[in-house]
Write a protein that binds this ligand. Structure first.
Ligand code: DLZ
Length: 172
């Protein structure tokens, strides 16, 4: 299990989030954890210049539903990136494996299908304490990490757009 601080990054290496927009899908399962991740993600986005009105938050019942929540954002909105926040805790059944596999595959497919950053902010831990440690506890907050990743990926996509897509005016 990794023990690094998930909120540890160089502020100055993160692009300005002004004019960027984000959709956040958050799972209600283990909400003590995911609610803290959500607060971390929103605070981090704002800290990097994202306007409050450019952050849309939607809830889904569990991590398995994060993929479809993400698809709804991609299909119905024009947000620049989508952040999926969930927490799957190892139980006594194989549910853990199935949910983790489902949301990992689902998030990967959304990235490919929509050509838009879909960020995997899902904790997969052995117990609740490990999750709390990574949701504002001693190992930082996975929500902060997801927000920083989202901003970086939007900036990267903007760079590609600027460098490799033709201006419509130049086309004829
Ligand atoms: C059913 C279930 C279980 C056992 N564990 C978790 C969990 O640790 N974290 C989580 O986000 N969701 C869990 N769920 C709910 C599933 O994600 C999903 O909501 C249901 O299987 C209904 O599709």
């Amino acid at each position: 299990m990794a023990t690094r601080d998930l909120s540890d990054y160089d502020f100055n290496l993160v692009p300005d989030g002004k004019d960027m927009s984000f959709g956040i899908v958050v799972s209600e399962w283990n909400y003590e954890v995911t609610g803290a991740m959500l607060r971390g993600a929103v605070e981090t986005l704002k800290k990097h210049g994202v306007a409050e009105e450019d952050i849309i938050v939607k809830h889904v019942p569990g991590s398995f539903e994060l993929t479809l929540g993400g698809q709804f954002f991609a299909h119905y909105t024009e947000v620049d990136a989508i952040i999926l926040l969930g927490c799957v805790i190892q139980g006594e059944t194989r549910h853990f494996d199935f949910i983790c596999q489902g949301v990992t595959k689902g998030a990967t497919e959304l990235n490919m299908k929509y050509n838009r950053p879909v960020i995997f902010g899902v904790l997969t831990t052995e117990n609740q304490q490990q999750a709390l440690d990574r949701a504002g506890g001693k190992h930082g907050n996975k929500g902060d990490e997801a927000a920083v990743t989202a901003i970086k990926m939007v900036a990267l996509q903007d760079r590609f757009e600027a460098d490799y897509t033709e201006d419509e005016e130049d086309e004829d």
